[in-house]
Ligand binder design. Structure first.
Ligand SMILES: NC(=O)N[C@@H](CC(=O)O)C(=O)O
Ligand SMILES: [Zn+2]
Ligand SMILES: [Zn+2]
Length: 342
């Protein structure tokens, strides 16, 4: 049987995931837990997850929503410049990273950082560096929407230089400038979504406006997508898959004032399989992109889970429990055949 008829992925990891809370958490958690071995869970709840009690309680709610599925939520805290060393020491074993949001730049980020004064950030970031806690960043300025990420590269550089032992993960990168920064600084890493590997701004707004493809950072130009594809398909060791699957209820997307976020959790692996096969990329690179690179970067030993995909047409549902996925009602070429544990 040709290799592309069946693809086996070993312990896929989603290194950037929004599971939300309450009813939404219950509606969507299994979509990730069925096929991913684990995921890095974003803390941008209302209010954000920023204490040990909150992170422990949120993890318990996730485990409850996941039910019988075998899945590890790798928890994060919402970065506050006031985090001190003793707090970080006390919470270190509960989290896999801390996520920094520039204030007001994306969904539920109002309590984030305004201004990137190194001296103000130094106590928290030095302690994180010493304790080996990675810093994940939503890297956008409040400049012109197409330039926000490229403008933020100078802040990544400032942070990477000031804290050379701190692992800094540029989340959901969308530009060739961020890709180039990866190779300039040893301590910069990146996650890439599946949608930013597939679409450009044209797909979002070039024809009729597509609210279900609207997210932050906005999809960019063809040359940006090419740069992202190159590092993903070659499994550059500093890039990891992070879906940034960010569900919003249908009414919040199909409305005047569309919420930012693309929901891809239930179809991410199928889309990635198709993308790698159609670009003739070696399947070991897909394995590295969806799991092995992340294991090395974060130092994780994931739960054993084998996901077997098959080249069979799959009709993407029009919605999952009230949430519209990317490419709803379209047909793709790969489907999940089986998930094996142990
Ligand atoms: N990506 C998005 O467009 N939205 C995310 C927030 C984020 O990851 O920036 C969300 O929480 O909805
Ligand atoms: Zn973000
Ligand atoms: Zn996100």
């Amino acid at each position: 049987m040709p290799a592309t008829t069946q693809i086996t992925l070993n312990a896929p990891l989603d290194m950037h995931l929004h599971l939300r809370d309450g009813e939404m958490l219950h509606n969507i958690a299994k979509a990730s837990a069925k096929t991913f071995s684990g995921a890095v869970i974003m803390p941008n709840l209302v209010p954000p997850v920023s204490s040990k009690e909150e992170v422990v309680a949120y993890k318990a709610r996730i485990m409850e929503a996941v039910g019988d599925e075998k899945f590890i939520p790798y928890m994060t805290l919402f970065f506050k410049p006031g985090y001190n060393r003793s707090f970080l020491e006390s919470v270190k074993d509960e989290i896999s990273a801390i996520k920094l949001y520039p204030a007001g730049i994306t969904t539920n980020s109002e309590g984030g950082v305004s201004g990137f004064d190194i001296e103000e950030l130094r106590p928290a970031l030095e302690a994180m560096s010493d304790l080996g806690i990675p810093l994940c960043i939503h890297g956008e300025t409040n400049g012109f929407v197409m330039d926000r990420e490229a403008e933020f590269v100078s802040i990544y550089e400032k942070l990477a230089t000031a804290f050379p032992n701190l692992k800094i993960i540029m989340e959901h990168i969308t530009t060739k400038e961020s890709v180039a920064a990866l190779d300039r600084f040893e301590n910069l890493y990146a996650t890439i979504t599946v949608h930013h590997l597939m679409i450009t701004l044209d797909d979002v707004a070039g024809g009729m406006l597509q609210p279900h493809l609207f997210c932050k950072p906005i999809a960019k130009r063809p040359e940006d997508r090419e740069a992202l594809l190159k590092v993903a398909l070659t499994a550059h060791p500093k890039v990891m898959f992070g879906s940034d699957s960010a569900p919003h209820p249908r009414h919040a997307k199909e409305s005047c004032g569309c919420a930012a976020g693309v929901f891809t959790a239930p179809i991410a692996l199928q889309l990635l399989a198709e993308l790698f096969v159609s670009n003739n990329a070696p399947l070991e690179n897909l394995q590295a992109f969806v799991s092995d690179n992340a294991r090395h970067i974060y130092g994780l030993t994931p739960l054993k889970k084998e996901v077997i995909l098959e080249r069979t047409p799959f009709n993407i549902p029009s919605e999952y429990n009230g949430v519209v996925p990317m490419h709803a009602s379209e047909t793709i070429n790969y489907t999940i055949k089986e998930v094996r544990y142990g």
